[in-house]
Design a protein around this ligand. Structure first.
Ligand SMILES: Nc1nc2c(ncn2[C@@H]2O[C@H](COP(=O)(O)OP(=O)(O)OP(=O)(O)O)[C@@H](O)[C@H]2O)c(=O)[nH]1
Length: 343
């Protein structure tokens, strides 16, 4: 699938929750080309020292181009540099410091003027073993969960008591988070080991030919991580579909689906028009898709999530991609509105 726009992913979380650990895990994704913004801009204070070493290591290990900026420019400048086509990055990750304000980071990403990038969601890392001593110490659960698109309940190896106790503790945390944001998907992790498929697509599945066999070793190590695997459900959409059905799907994705993406033909009064759609959490990004970008693309949709009911998700996707002969003016207006908000 063509990646005309690079997802910019914010990594937030209370001090010590495990953001750098999770970032380093993502940086070990075989074949991934990840740009990391390590910059101080306003409220975002990145612990550049910690990441720089890892980024250097990831660059030589993964064979991917991992960029590390330490200029004093703003976020847009950093994103514009990283989005240069020659870098062919799969994703750009911004690790915010523990004291950064996730809502401010979400806004900065959302309103970035940099070209060729799109918001890729905000991952909030939580120390599950110390949740009520760190991030959630007041009457109300913190507002940061309103900005997040995925919560990683990290450090589950440190939960105390029996397995039953663990489940009870995690359920208490989930209930608190739901008070702020009932839509937020939660996944559990040890040492930030989440499935990278939840976060970005890797264009390069193989090691480059001049690569040391280190890549294969790393892949083996990576495969041994005990993370919750993401499941993907794919449906084809060879015929033009209804704009309303597409927008309904994006606005109300099936339960557990964290990402939804694809390229689909939409029925209009002037024939089929192509659209690239991307959903991360509840964040919708749609853009009309040029014919020249289409040659290598299979029209269809892919839904990704952890612990999803694959059959139920497939049924919802199949309903959305039902061929539609008629143009649907009301649906097109909704789609165009999302496109304007995405621009
Ligand atoms: N036992 C355990 N330790 C973890 C886990 N994840 C991270 N850690 C440890 O927790 C400490 C903090 O992790 P970091 O990744 O540096 O956390 P951070 O959120 O980047 O921290 P700040 O940048 O200071 O906010 C480190 O010592 C990690 O090794 C986990 O799942 N289990």
């Amino acid at each position: 699938m063509a990646r005309t726009q690079i997802p910019v992913i914010g990594l937030t979380g209370y001090l010590g929750a495990g953001k750098t650990t999770l970032l380093n895990h993502l940086l070990r994704t075989p074949g991934a080309r990840i740009g990391v913004v390590v910059n101080d801009f306003g409220v975002i204070n990145v612990d550049a020292g910690l990441i720089t070493g890892q980024v250097d290591a990831a660059e030589s290990i993964a064979g991917g181009c991992v960029c590390c900026l330490d200029d004093s420019g703003g976020l847009d400048q950093a994103l514009a540099t990283l989005a240069a086509p020659r870098l062919r990055l799969d994703a750009i990750i911004i690790e915010a410091s523990g004291v950064a304000e996730p809502l401010a980071l979400a806004r900065l990403i959302r309103f970035s003027q940099a070209k060729n990038v799109r918001p890729g969601g905000l991952i909030e890392v939580v120390d599950a073993a110390n949740y009520f001593d760190t991030v959630d110490t007041h009457d109300q659960p913190p507002a940061r969960f309103e900005a997040a698109s995925l919560v990683v309940l990290n450090k589950i190896d440190l939960l105390e008591g029996s397995e039953q106790d663990h489940e009870a503790q995690l359920a208490r945390i989930a209930a608190r988070i739901a008070l702020r944001n009932g839509q937020l998907p939660l996944i559990r992790a040890r040492r930030g080991a989440i499935d990278p498929d939840l976060v970005f697509d890797v264009a390069l599945a193989e090691d480059p030919e001049d690569q040391l066999p280190l890549g294969a070793l790393l892949r083996a190590e990576h495969g041994s991580h005990t993370h919750q695997h993401a499941a993907a459900v794919t449906v084809d959409a060879p015929e033009p579909i209804s704009a309303s059905a597409l927008v309904d799907l994006l606005e109300r994705p099936p339960s557990g689906v964290y990402r939804l993406k694809g390229i689909v033909p939409v029925a209009t009064a002037r024939g089929a028009k192509w659209w690239a759609v991307n959903l991360t959490g509840r964040q919708i990004h749609v853009a009309s898709h040029r014919a020249s970008d289409r040659a290598s693309n299979q029209p269809g949709l892919v839904a990704i999530g952890v612990g999803i009911d694959e059959q139920a998700v497939r049924a919802v996707l199949e309903t959305a991609v039902q061929p539609s002969g008629a143009a649907d003016a009301a649906g097109m207006r909704r789609l165009q509105r999302h496109a304007r908000l995405s621009a």
